[in-house]
Design a binder for this molecule. Structure first.
Ligand code: GLN
Length: 483
């Protein structure tokens, strides 16, 4: 048995039966990190000593007969935009290169309380702006399936770490696809929860009306376990929902009988890789063969979603990133006066994609253009939400591709912002509408993984997990497909 290939729930069972120890598990993963990091570069900061200390503590508690939560002793990686007390949190940006937060994000606190062991902070596109992790100010991360390929982004380090055995599970964040795209590209499960399901307190803000934190895992059961650990109302985030947190694992039954699955035709478009379309259609047929009904439907405003997203997200980013001025946080480059200090700090501290977003966002919010761009994009957002509302009167779940192509080569889209943005054409709609999206690996195309994306109305995580679980159990993805 190779410990680094276990899922979190398998490892949890072994720990509980005292067949393995937390320290053995952590040491195995730390060894794997040593071996794989020179190629994969999934991490920005590693905390091996802390991890070993936490593991020893968990072993002590198990030995004393204490009943511990499901994630106790499970080694987990965190995207580097989640604040960790005493551990630097860079957002893969020069401007926060040496920033050490004084507090834990709520999700980090909850994971610590559930006994999870934190291995370190993972690479990402700077401030989560990107789809490939190439916009990290430090280095790109490689796809474990083929190191010449990108792992997807912006949570590429988290997805690559889970796929490469460098963590049993991870957290990422998703503003326009940043959990789901890397999950699809790296062959892991990724869940973007309903807006407000998980607290954003301590998540470095990108687009505050779109951002959500969620799990990247080896299977659907682990996604359910992690979501249960991090979800819930938080007085520190007024946008969190005051809904009870169900036992998501309890919801997992390989049974989709009677569920109505809709397949919106706008998600199968010309220009996408026909093999991706075919693979996703086959996966949907499979779900149909398990007892769900499958019918075509339409979300007519989908075609405007990408344009609207690339107005709303940069607008919010330009406001959120105004705080990095060399005064309170991170980098300060001195100048003759305070204005020159602001200028130089931001000139040196932000990379090219972040600057592009700030410029676009500032422009679309400026007097005279605000109505033509920002307000119009907000109206489009409402239309997209109404499309989904209409579809969910008829269907429980919509099944669609995650991205138009599998992982692309490192360097292929980095000079062409529009080509990079087009990666997000099937993911941004979900954030615009605030609904949940679950990605489950479904096929290999050109030797690279492709994820099936399942969408449901706000609060439908249990249904999505159930469909994802039924699909997963009907195949043999995990045993036959390890990078
Ligand atoms: N790729 C999208 C962007 O660059 C989404 C990123 C994200 O979800 N954080 O904005």
């Amino acid at each position: 048995m190779n410990l680094v290939d276990l899922t979190a729930h398998e490892a949890g069972d072994l720990l509980r039966r005292r067949e393995i120890s937390a320290i053995d598990l952590v040491n195995a993963v730390l060894d794997q990190i040593e071996q794989r990091e020179p190629t994969i570069r999934a991490y920005i900061t590693r905390t091996p000593d802390d991890a070993r200390r936490q593991a020893a503590e968990i072993d002590r508690r198990f030995a004393s007969g204490e009943e511990l939560p499901p994630l106790a002793g499970i080694p987990i990686a965190l995207k580097d935009n989640l604040c960790t007390a005493g551990i630097r949190t860079t957002c893969a940006s020069r401007i926060l290169e040496n920033f050490v937060p004084p507090y834990d994000a709520t999700v980090v606190r909850k994971l610590r309380e559930s006994g999870a062991i934190i291995l370190g902070k993972t690479n990402m596109d700077e401030f989560a702006m990107g789809s490939s992790t190439e916009f990290s100010a430090f280095y790109p991360t490689a796809n474990p399936w083929n190191p010449a390929m990108v792992p997807g982004g912006s949570s590429g380090g988290s997805a690559a770490a889970v796929a490469a055995g460098e963590a049993l599970a991870a957290l990422g964040s998703d503003t326009g696809g940043s959990i789901r795209t890397p999950a699809s590209f790296c062959g892991v499960v990724g869940l973007k929860p309903t807006y407000g399901r998980v607290s954003r307190y301590g998540l470095v803000a990108f687009g505050s009306s779109l951002d959500q934190i969620g799990p990247l895992t080896r299977d659907v059961t682990d996604a359910a376990l992690l979501l249960a650990a991090i979800a819930g109302h938080d007085p520190n985030d007024s946008t969190t929902l005051d809904w009870p947190v169900p036992d998501y694992r309890e919801a997992l039954r390989p049974d989709v009988k009677g569920l109505r699955i809709g397949v919106p035709r706008e998600y199968f478009v010309e220009g996408m890789d026909p093999l991706v379309a075919q693979a996703v259609r086959q996966a949907i047929l499979k779900i149909g063969s398990l007892g769900a009904s499958v019918d075509e439907t339409s979300l007519p405003n989908t075609r405007y979603a990408l344009a609207a997203y690339y107005i709303v997200a940069p607008a919010e980013a330009s406001a959120n990133l105004a705080r990095y001025d060399g005064v309170k946080y991170g980098l300060r480059v001195p100048g003759a006066d305070v204005w020159e200090m602001f200028d130089r700090t931001r000139e040196v501290g932000f990379g090219p994609e972040v600057k592009r977003r700030i410029m676009v966002g500032t422009f679309t919010l400026s007097a005279g253009y605000h109505e033509a761009y920002y307000l119009r994009a907000q109206k489009v957002r409402t239309l997209i939400k109404q499309d989904f509302d209409r579809a969910f009167q008829e269907f429980d779940v919509l099944a669609v591709p995650t991205t138009p192509t599998p992982a692309f080569p490192i360097g292929a889209r980095i000079e062409d912002p529009v080509a990079m943005y087009l990666t997000d054409v099937f993911t941004v709609t979900v954030n615009a509408a605030g609904i949940p999206g679950l990605v489950v690996p479904c096929a290999l195309v050109h030797g690279l993984p492709v994820g099936l994306q399942l969408l449901g109305p706000a609060g439908s995580e249990e249904t999505l997990l159930r469909v994802g679980y039924a699909f997963e159990q009907s195949g043999d993805w995990r045993t036959t497909h390890l990078p």
